[in-house]
Design a protein around this ligand. Structure first.
Ligand code: TRP
Length: 370
């Protein structure tokens, strides 16, 4: 007889990105925004980045600016520099020291405040990583294999599946649950991982739930899906470090001008904002609009018959102006690496204290206190 057939029914992780489910998540996110405005102290946020390169303006408008907004609303925040996650799809860690140091400079330069946001690296927090072990017992092989984001990442890597690639969403669950975060601001592609995290939190409590006090060990975190416009790279395809079509936060004004000069446009000299039929031109319009905090349609109207050249001039000025203060602060921070490493050490210390407390809860629940 198969024992407890309901104990591990596969959760439909892929459903997290179905149209219905997306619609529900969007509606719930709008509600959460209202709650954030009235009661920010109810939330604890975790966000993270893989330090595989330098952060760029796509990261900024897609997620970094939102983290600063949440932090400034008064939400307690954790930020993982996911160094262990670097190796799920590549050999070795690359320029990890440089990437981590630059990430620290970028975070501080855009307004992440280490007094309010705990910045830490995966590899520095042993108790976080130890959560992986019980969590792995709570997921099924087929669930992991059906995770659409893992499938995409695997395909993109052009490599065979590794144990870490298959299980990195479980590791990501540990990132979120070690600090009992209840809110994770993400893009659509991360929704399957949030669903997997919720499933793990639920199953942990079904299996080991504390009788006294009768409260779950882990919250079931929710995704906060923000309505961020999708910025493409300067060649009109997905913005990505590996394609070299990005503008990094630290790029200087001249290089920015050169990158934008090379950007793809089209033959119609009359500039409009029409993302469907004119994706490249509209992407440049959108970039300027984001930098200027303006409506893209009005930006396009302003360029009018100025053509690609006129558009690029406006975009270049907008990007350089918007990021000039960030770039100045960033350079200043990078001139003092000892200070940046100290910020990380202090973040790691705090993260370790939180992770150890959570691991104690887990040991209690699992009756592994000796
Ligand atoms: N996988 C995320 C990315 O590629 C980074 C990340 C690591 C993360 N751990 C996380 C995001 C936990 C949210 C929660 O961007």
């Amino acid at each position: 007889m198969s024992s407890e057939p309901d104990d591990l029914p596969d959760a439909d992780i892929a459903d997290a990105v179905s149209p219905d489910s997306l619609e529900r998540t969007r509606r719930r996110s709008a509600q959460i925004e209202d709650e954030l405005a009235t009661d920010p102290a109810r939330f604890r946020v975790l966000t993270g980045d893989r330090p595989t390169g330098h952060l760029h303006i796509g990261h900024y408008f897609g997620s970094l600016a939102n983290r600063v907004r949440l932090q400034d609303l008064g939400v307690e925040s954790f930020l993982v520099i996911a160094d262990y996650q670097v190796i799920y799809d590549r050999d070795g860690v690359g320029d990890i020291q440089d990437n981590v140091l630059n990430a620290l400079a970028d975070y501080l330069a855009i307004g992440i405040d280490p007094a309010r946001t705990t910045i830490f690296t995966h590899s520095s927090v042993p108790a976080l990583n130890q959560l992986l072990l019980p969590f792995l017992s709570l997921v099924s092989d087929s669930e992991l294999r059906r995770n659409p984001t893992v499938k995409d990442e695997l395909e993109g890597s052009g490599r065979p599946m590794t144990g870490l690639m298959l299980t990195f969403p479980v590791h990501q669950a540990a990132d979120i649950l070690f600090c009992k975060a209840n809110l994770v601001p993400v893009g659509k592609d991360q929704l399957p991982h949030i669903e997997q995290t919720r499933v793990i939190a639920r199953r942990f409590d079904e299996r080991y739930g504390r009788a006294v006090p009768a409260e779950p060990v882990f919250p079931q975190p929710e995704a906060l899906l923000s309505a961020v416009p999708l910025l493409l790279g300067m060649d009109g395809t997905k913005m990505s470090k590996s394609k070299g079509n990005t503008i990094e936060l630290g790029t200087d004004a001249d290089t920015t001008a050169r990158l934008i000069r090379r950007a793809v446009t089209d033959a119609d000299r009359h500039i409009t904002f029409d993302p469907v039929s004119r994706p490249e031109v509209s992407n440049l319009v959108l970039l300027a609009a984001l930098c200027l905090d303006r409506d893209p349609v009005s930006v396009a109207e302003e360029v009018g018959d100025g053509g690609g050249g006129g558009l690029k001039k406006l975009v270049t000025a907008a990007v350089n102006e918007r990021f000039a203060p960030v770039r100045a602060r960033r350079a200043e921070y990078l001139s003092d690496p000892a200070m940046l490493w100290q910020v990380l050490r202090e973040g790691n210390e705090r993260a370790n204290a939180v992770a150890e407390a959570t691991l104690d809860d887990v040991r209690q629940a699992m009756q592994m206190v000796y």
